[in-house]
Design a protein around this ligand. Structure first.
Ligand SMILES: Nc1ncnc2c1ncn2[C@@H]1O[C@H](COP(=O)(O)OP(=O)(O)O)[C@@H](O)[C@H]1O
Ligand SMILES: [Mg+2]
Length: 303
């Protein structure tokens, strides 16, 4: 295909209405390319889990269609399942299973021979820094360790498309980085990764591209840099409300007694910081964050 970019996941108009008319998804259109780490970023209740459950054939959409490596999640779920491995959001680790059991038997179940299963399990458990706990039953592990054991099993699967629903929730800073690193390594080997998160810094750190969603709707899709360019400002300065003449600025967010002032140019940002310093107020200009862009774009789309 063009530029060597090939789609792995194509979703068109994917919608889901649960019982009692809860519209969890209002029509999702997106394409994830092969070898990409793609993040669905959105607040709690946005519809992230619903979307991933449809992609992994656990749930039927009420409208729309999705294909994974050419197979329809609606018409050919069995074919889809051969190509995917999933870490569900609420996955519970079986009490008596060890990380080794999870990874090794998962590989055998997927049809690998014993030697390959052993090699894949070892590599994935080591990547999750769980080798010293490989024979410890999950019941005597912490929540974060159980989570890493489940992630290791999915990494070991060698599936061309891996789906992870909030993989890092409950992990500490080192555990999180380690998961990001493992996901990026897999993508570099040509695997396609789709994950969800509500954490902006995670989306920024791990993704090649991301989709921001809120209330069942896509807000925007792109690289972090592309998304930041979609808002009409580049810098932010945080100031105490009483120090500012608000009428002088067009983009302001109020956070209690503080204001975040958004500015278009270096000059405007420097001028504001200078004014503040003259008044003896600590202030600094920083580039806009993904969170700034999200809040602004979500406000625009949802209104
Ligand atoms: N089984 C269900 N039945 C009814 N409503 C549901 C069900 N699962 C999720 N929802 C609702 O759908 C919306 C999206 O949920 P979900 O996909 O879990 O969001 P997220 O994963 O982004 O937090 C929420 O309003 C949630 O309450
Ligand atoms: Mg969820």
């Amino acid at each position: 295909m063009n530029n060597g970019i090939e789609p792995a996941i194509i979703a068109k108009g994917v919608a889901k209405t649960y019982e009692k008319k809860v519209q969890a998804l209002k029509g999702m259109d997106l394409t994830v390319n092969k070898g990409e780490v793609f993040t669905i970023l959105g607040p709690n209740g946005a519809g992230k889990t619903t979307f991933l459950r449809i992609l992994c054939t656990q749930l039927m959409p009420t409208a729309g269609e999705a294909h994974i490596l050419g197979d329809s999640v609606i018409n050919d779920p069995e074919a889809v399942r051969k190509n995917i491995a999933m870490v569900p959001q609420d996955a519970m680790a079986y009490a008596n299973f060890t990380p080794w059991d999870y990874a090794y038997y998962f590989c055998l179940l997927r049809g690998m021979d014993k030697a390959t299963s052993k090699a894949k399990a070892e590599e994935a458990i080591k990547a999750m820094l769980m080798w010293d706990k490989k024979d410890t039953p999950c019941q005597s592990m912490s929540g974060g360790e159980k989570r890493r054991a489940l992630i290791a099993a999915t990494l070991a699967s060698d599936a061309p498309v891996m789906m992870l629903d909030e993989p890092t929730s409950g992990l500490d800073a080192i555990g999180r980085r380690n998961v990001w690193s493992a996901l990026r390594d897999r993508a570099a080997q040509g695997k396609t990764i789709i994950l969800t998160t509500h954490m902006m810094d995670e989306a920024e750190m791990v993704s090649d591209r991301l989709a921001i969603m809120s209330k069942g709707q896509l807000i925007t899709i792109g690289t972090t840099a592309e998304i930041k360019k979609k808002v009409p400002f580049r810098y932010r300065v945080i100031v105490p409300e009483e120090e500012i003449d608000k009428s002088k600025f067009s983009e302001i967010t109020k956070i209690g007694d503080r204001l975040v002032i958004y500015l278009k140019t270096d000059e405007e940002a420097i001028e504001l910081v200078r004014d503040m310093i003259k008044k003896g107020v600590q202030a600094e200009a920083a580039p806009v964050t993904l969170e700034d862009a999200f809040v602004r774009l979500a406000g625009e789309v949802l209104e």
